[in-house]
Design a binder for this molecule. Structure first.
Ligand code: NAP
Length: 306
């Protein structure tokens, strides 16, 4: 009998991490789709040995801790999800942001290589400036904000054999994404205003987790764009969440980014939607964003406060 593939997941308590740990264990996370697996292979409960670590177990900015953890556990694959994800706060907290998103990613890459593990790390659509849209993996990066620049720096510190997954607008049932805030307002009978001049690709965490399992199996190396099918705007997304919860057309009002008050600290790209043709060709497309988001909205817990 072959032994399970040992997978160490950093950031296991985060939005993507909780879903990935479930999926690797053969479970279906809330908001997940048991019929969707991009490589078409069933996930057996004993296929993977999952070592999910949170900041309390392993601070990824501590090189000694990273070295010891990898030497002690000797994983086959490291999925590096730990990240500084507060995009606006990063503008005033540059050092901490680069320490996690750039330097620690380089440390993970080096130490994974040293123990013979394959590294899969997650990057973002915010490496792009949003002037083009429909971005493919080889497009030129030009981040507009500290978070995007720190993630690009992390990509550049990876080895050629590492797998870099760029994803975007991630929403999970167990996260604290904007979708929870929109759903809560819809349920409380309130209205929302959302920008209609930022276009992107939604990624449901449970679907991303299944894509990551396919990449854990294949260990392809190189850069991959992974998101649900179809681009949208924040306004369209908010209106869709409202409609899913029975609200009418008056629930969401479109506004321009320039109307946001106070203005966010970080600039956002206008069109950073990811072209996922490469992943679709070698695996399969993720479901259309509305189909997966509907599941998230229906499964999301009530009572979130904005
Ligand atoms: N969310 C999105 O829309 C989005 C879009 C594109 C790409 N991504 C990328 O996708 C990946 C997963 O994101 P996510 O949405 O799951 O983010 P998340 O919910 O913010 O989770 C990130 C996790 O990293 C942990 N972490 C932060 N600093 C750490 C450190 N020094 N050592 C160990 N753990 C640390 C956090 O722990 P604490 O809670 O203790 O801080 C948190 O559990 C990240 O690489 C992110 O950049 C996310």
């Amino acid at each position: 009998m072959t032994r399970p593939t040992r997978v160490l997941v950093t950031g296991a308590g985060g939005q993507v991490g909780v879903d990935l740990v479930d999926v690797l264990a053969g479970a279906v996370p809330p908001g997940g789709n048991s019929h969707f697996q991009p490589d078409g292979q069933v996930i057996d409960a004993d296929e993977f040995e999952v070592l999910g670590v949170t900041r309390g177990d392993l601070d990824v900015t501590n090189e000694d801790q990273v070295r010891s953890a990898l030497a002690a556990t000797r994983p086959d694959v490291v999925v590096h999800l730990a990240a500084y994800t507060a995009v606006d706060r990063a503008e005033r907290d540059r050092e901490a942001c680069y320490a996690v998103n750039a330097a620690a990613t380089g440390t993970l890459s080096t130490n994974a290589h040293d123990v013979g593990a394959h590294l899969i790390t997650i990057s973002t659509d915010y490496v792009f400036d949003g002037t083009k849209g429909d971005y493919v993996e080889g497009d030129i990066t030009n981040p507009l904000n500290v978070y995007g620049d720190s993630k690009r720096a992390g990509e550049l510190l990876c080895r050629a054999e590492d797998t870099v997954v760029r994803t975007s607008w991630v929403v999970g049932v167990r996260g604290t994404s904007v979708v929870h805030v929109i759903a809560d307002r819809a349920r409380r009978g309130q209205a929302v205003r959302f920008v209609n001049d930022q276009r992107g690709t939604v990624t449901v965490a449970a679907d991303l987790a299944r894509a990551l399992v396919a990449l854990v199996r294949a260990r392809p190396g190189g850069c991959w764009h992974v998101a649900n099918e179809g681009a949208t705007t924040w306004f369209d997304l908010a209106a869709f969440v409202g409609r899913t919860l029975g609200r009418g057309d008056d629930f969401a009002t479109p506004i321009a980014t320039s109307e946001l008050s106070p203005a966010p600290l970080a600039r956002r790209p206008a069109a950073s939607d990811l072209n996922t043709t490469k992943f679709a060709r070698d695996f399969s497309s993720l479901p259309p964003w509305r189909e997966s988001l509907e599941r998230v909205v229906r499964d999301a817990p009530r009572g979130v406060r904005s």
